[in-house]
Design a protein around this ligand. Structure first.
Ligand SMILES: Nc1ncnc2c1ncn2[C@@H]1O[C@H](COP(=O)(O)OP(=O)(O)OP(=O)(O)O)[C@@H](O)[C@H]1O
Ligand code: SF4
Ligand SMILES: [Mg+2]
Length: 398
């Protein structure tokens, strides 16, 4: 019973918490035991890509957090792919599972409570294809920073404040080039600093992180991330902490470097402007699931899921007078207790009778454009109807 004698749905007694916690320990203990075995045979984690043109294939991935108040299904059946040489943007509001998706790919989800419990994440490292979900830690350490690398949102937390920039980049360069002499490592570091647009690279080599601006620190992180020509760059909100002009420079830099080393980018952001500028493909997430995906053109010209339409409407447009920016009404459902119907239903302005059924399946609107929404269930070809709701522009592409 909650306050004032009214039953509180979110209330959990300490006895119940203990029971959940014990059950969690049993589940995560079993997974950890399996993972920590010695000499895991390659047959358990080496696999093949469904499409050899992809670098990454997320296939029905479920990553859960086993907490004392219940299981948080942070990523709940996510599927999408990253083609070679392309940029895939992942959008969605705070807490929808963007970071947990990328951390699952790096096997950096907080363990033991965080676990990928189902699905496959296939990663093509160049010589082998790994199912990351089953890959042992020793193998992951070889992949991270080599074949895949990550650029985080806040550069200050990725750099060590007590070491000079030169030492930190040197360390990474030396790690990936064990045969290089000290002088060669330093020369390569300085070359990398120049490559990411740091003018006074000899000076910066001797500086500490706090002596640099936010934009410079992010450039250093990009230099570290790209030190080994990764096949895949995972960038989680790489420019959120920077002002707009620096943001544009950093995005330019990432795009140029990506083309130079011919890698792919998985770009996580809640900024549609960044997506429009960078992405070839867009994945829209809502409450741990992919609700729509397609080429950037399809998503911008013909947004079809009501949530994507809402996102587009909440974006400010230069030169357009509005009294108030549109915001999607309502709240995301509680991640511990997800409903068994469409997760967006309680906020959806386009909800229809069919929407009370179970969670909607995937409907193909084009070979590259997919949406999970009942409005397309009978007439997949009628995607333009939703564009019309947005305005004329949306309908014109079809
Ligand atoms: N270590 C953790 N323990 C428990 N729950 C977690 C943990 N990390 C993340 N979560 C939960 O997983 C869900 C997805 O989180 P995630 O960090 O992926 O969101 P996000 O889409 O990256 O949001 P943001 O835009 O704010 O970065 C959230 O409900 C969050 O509370
Ligand atoms: S399935 Fe129904 S409730 Fe869910 S997004 Fe589509 S129209 Fe809205
Ligand atoms: Mg995040």
């Amino acid at each position: 019973m909650g306050l004032f004698g009214k039953k509180n749905e979110n209330y959990i007694s300490s006895k119940e918490t203990k029971r959940i916690s014990k059950e969690n320990r049993r589940i995560t203990g079993e997974i950890e035991k399996k993972r920590n075995r010695k000499n895991i045979p390659e047959s358990e984690y080496i696999t093949t890509m469904k499409n050899p043109d992809n670098v990454v294939e997320f296939d029905n991935v479920h990553t859960y957090f086993f907490t004392d108040i219940g299981t948080v299904k942070a990523v709940d059946g996510v599927s999408f792919e990253v083609p070679q040489g392309k940029t895939v943007g992942i959008v969605g509001e705070s807490g929808c599972g963007k970071s947990v998706t990328s951390l699952s790919l790096m096997q950096l989800v907080q363990r033991p409570q965080g676990q990928t419990v189902e699905g496959e994440i296939r990663f093509n490292s160049g010589d082998k294809v790994y199912n990351i979900v089953n890959t042992p830690i020793t193998e992951m350490q070889k992949l991270r920073g080599n074949a895949m690398s990550m650029i985080f949102q806040e550069p200050m937390t990725s750099l060590n404040p007590v070491f000079r920039i030169g030492e930190q980049v040197d360390e990474i360069v030396a790690l990936h080039n064990p045969t290089m002499s000290k002088e060669e490592v330093k020369a390569r570091t300085i070359e990398m600093l120049k490559l990411v647009g740091i003018a006074n690279s000899d000076g910066v080599y001797r500086m500490y992180p706090h002596e640099l601006s936010g934009g410079m620190r992010q450039r250093i992180c990009i230099a570290i991330g790209l030190a080994c020509n990764p096949r895949l760059i995972i960038a989680d909100e790489p420019t959120t902490a920077l002002d707009v002009t620096i943001q544009a420079q950093i995005l330019d830099l990432m795009r140029n470097l990506k083309d130079k080393i011919n890698s792919s980018i998985m770009l996580i952001t809640h900024d549609l402007g960044v997506i429009a500028e960078m992405a070839d493909y867009v994945v829209v997430m809502y409450a741990g699931r992919v609700v729509e995906k397609g080429t950037a053109r399809e998503i911008f010209k013909n947004p079809s899921h009501p949530y994507t339409i809402g996102l587009m409407r909440s974006k400010p447009v230069v030169g357009k007078q509005v009294d108030k920016l549109y915001s999607i009404p309502g709240k995301v459902p509680n991640p511990i207790n997800m409903p068994d119907y469409c997760y967006f239903k309680d906020r959806c302005e386009l909800c229809c009778e069919k929407c009370s059924g179970s969670y909607p399946g995937v409907i193909k609107l084009s070979p590259t454009h997919e949406v999970s929404c009942y409005r397309y269930a009978d007439r997949p070809e009628a995607g333009w109807l939703m564009g019309e709701h947005l305005g004329k522009e949306g309908a014109s592409e079809r």
